[in-house]
Design a protein around this ligand. Structure first.
Ligand SMILES: NC(=O)c1ccc[n+]([C@@H]2O[C@H](COP(=O)([O-])OP(=O)(O)OC[C@H]3O[C@@H](n4cnc5c(N)ncnc54)[C@H](O)[C@@H]3O)[C@@H](O)[C@H]2O)c1
Length: 593
């Protein structure tokens, strides 16, 4: 017979415990919450007040619903008050000794059939369970932050967990509106095992001054559609919690990518724990507040940097997907555009593609017919490079092969007027190679648009060691005019977005290869637990497995980081011709549309 749950104990009312208590109470269960002292109780209840107030403001809860919810939560400082509960979730800080102590006490206090769950993000449920006389009734019930919002719950079973216990916890998760995924006991489970390598990598990039916090975060939000950037997310998670999770993962995996970045330890020691302490990577207007306030690192608009050059006429070299998207972006923003193709036909086809795309916008009511005609009138086709002679900016978007790009840059160097900015939209090749093919490396820069260029707001502005500050300023000013969000980064493989994205995708393939979880569960965990627009296998199939493999190889060759070595499974799929959606088969099989 399945267990009935009407009263649950929640131990710890911090970031997670408060959210978990709210979820249970919201769904009609009574909650007894345990904290260390009255001050911590007040703080925990404050969390719940804030969160339910937000729900009322957002129309998701009414005042009487809020009062009922709060009325179902009682608090105590004594674990012995949990003697009559039907279920317990522990959410105390991420330390094994502390959790062991709490579980030993819960085992003494709670009825023998009661299931004891831990919300740990990374510690071994097996190790926690052995501190009780009922290891078969100890499971992981891992909620995601913020618990009232995110639907994923990882239900973690150990080798001794009793099957009916797993069933009952799954059913309970369903009852409180969550989507459970059942998995084995491995550090980081699914979502954190994949997420934290990425977060740690972002901290390392920030630590190395590779990009600013704002740019790192904007790159992942705008380039990948993530709900939050990595550093803002770490502030939400809590740097101390993140450190413990990484440290545990590292000790289990010995994967250097999980070794916590030294900066994390420094920040924790200085008391910068993220939102909960009012300061982490960002500064907040008060502890526990989500509102970021300016601080010494906030970029100022009045920064008197180099002055930008005047840009009115833009050349685009290439006639492919990216080139035509970029032509449209510039022409729509009022620039005169020359699109250079290898033949008249190619140039004409490119302009036709722009015409079709503009036509679609007219049909959707996003563009007037006059604006369409004016935009098209600003575009001319060209075959001879000489026709780019008087362009103020030339954007190269030809095939992703360095020899081809080098020839383009040599030619641009011969024909373009002095002072023209020469940009490449390469996504993986060194920009300095393009610069070195010219006699004016100071004028060469990377301008990495995302596909589709008309839609995606992000442009990675890649400076080489030679790029002049004026050229950077010009490129940023042009981005603003075409309403793109520029982020500055250095000339390293993967720039920001791909460098952070592809190692994570590779880790997902390795997890699948290790038979820890199925592709569907991994996709669900990342989508539902982290709010990502697509799961890793869905995304890999869209990107193309051959493209992903090429990027992963580039990253591996540049950084020689063992953890970046492409997963053998990915290599095998590519060898077998399973390249994703474009071939109808990748990690999944697709039927022709
Ligand atoms: N922060 C996240 O994003 C996140 C997400 C999922 C899971 N988790 C996990 O949830 C757990 C809690 O993390 P958190 O971020 O909420 O930490 P937190 O520091 O915000 O909260 C922990 C709370 O536990 C209380 N506490 C300490 N000892 C206690 C005891 N003996 N009895 C009762 N209460 C006690 C503390 O006073 C504090 O309020 C950790 O295991 C963590 O790994 C965290």
């Amino acid at each position: 017979m399945a267990r009935e749950f009407s009263t649950v104990g929640v131990v710890g009312l911090g970031t997670m415990g408060a959210g978990i208590a709210e979820v249970f109470a919201r769904n009609g269960l009574r909650v007894i919450a345990v904290e260390v002292d009255e001050g911590s109780i007040a703080r925990g209840l404050g969390h719940i007040e804030h969160s339910t107030d937000r729900a009322v403001r957002g129309g998701k809860l009414d005042e009487s619903g809020k009062a009922d919810l709060l009325g179902r939560i009682s608090t105590t400082t004594s674990l012995s008050d949990l003697a009559d509960v039907d279920f317990v979730v522990e959410a105390v800080p991420e330390h094994l000794d502390l959790k062991a102590e709490v579980f030993a006490e819960l085992d003494r206090v709670c009825r023998p059939e009661v299931i004891l769950a831990s919300n740990t993000s990374s510690l071994s449920i097996t190790e926690i369970g052995v501190h009780t006389g009922r290891p078969g009734k100890v499971v992981g019930m891992h909620f995601f932050n913020p618990a009232p919002v995110l639907k994923l719950v990882e239900v973690v079973k150990t080798v001794v967990t009793e099957p009916d216990v797993v069933d009952d916890v799954e059913a309970l998760a369903g009852k409180i509106g969550k989507e459970p995924v059942v998995i084995g006991d491995r550090a980081g489970f699914i979502a954190n095992a994949l997420l934290f390598g990425y977060l740690n990598h972002a901290v390392r990039m920030y630590e190395q001054h590779y990009a600013s916090r704002e740019d790192l975060d904007a790159a992942m939000r705008l380039g990948c559609g993530y709900p939050m950037g990595p550093l803002a997310l770490l502030d939400l998670i809590g740097l101390d919690t993140a450190y413990e999770i990484l440290d545990t993962m590292y000790h289990q995996s010995r994967n250097r990518l999980h070794a916590p970045a030294p900066l994390l330890k420094q920040m924790i020691t200085a008391g910068l724990l993220g939102r909960k302490s009012g300061r982490g990577f960002y500064t907040y207007d008060a502890p526990d507040s989500p509102t970021v306030v300016p601080d010494a690192q906030t970029p100022s608009d009045t920064d008197a940097g180099a002055s930008p050059r005047e840009v009115q006429r833009v050349g685009v070299v290439g006639t492919g997907t990216m080139a035509t998207g970029i032509v449209e972006v510039f022409a729509k923003a009022g620039f005169d555009v020359v699109v250079r193709g290898r033949s008249e036909q190619k140039a004409k086809t490119a302009i036709d593609k722009v015409r079709k795309s503009l036509e679609k916008s007219v049909v959707k009511g996003r563009l007037t017919e006059e604006a369409r005609d004016a935009t098209l009138a600003r575009i001319t086709g060209a075959v001879e490079f000489e026709e780019l002679a008087d362009c103020d900016l030339v954007v190269e978007a030809v095939a992703e092969e360095i020899d081809i790009k080098r020839v383009v840059f040599e030619t641009l160097d011969e024909v373009c007027k002095p002072g023209a900015v020469l940009a490449t939209t390469t996504s993986s090749l060194p920009v300095i190679e393009c610069a070195a093919a010219t006699s004016r490396p100071g004028d060469v820069i990377g301008m990495h648009f995302f596909n589709p260029a008309q839609v995606m707001k992000l442009v990675e502005v890649v400076q080489t060691i030679s790029t002049s500050p004026e050229v950077v300023a010009t490129t940023r000013a042009v981005c603003a005019k075409v309403r793109k969000h520029p982020v500055d980064c250095g000339d390293r493989a993967g720039f920001i977005v791909n460098a952070l994205l592809f190692p994570y995708l590779n880790d997902a393939v390795k997890m699948l290869e290790a038979h820890y979880a199925e592709a569907d569960d991994i996709d669900t965990a990342m989508k539902v637990g982290c709010g990502l627009p697509m799961g890793p296998f869905q995304l890999l199939d869209v990107v193309g497995l051959d493209v992903a493999l090429a990027i992963e190889r580039t990253l591996y060759l540049e950084f020689r980081e063992v953890g970046f070595a492409p997963a053998p499974l990915l290599e095998h799929l590519v060898t077998a011709g399973r390249l994703g959606r474009k071939t109808g088969k990748g990690f999944r099989d697709y039927t022709a549309a």
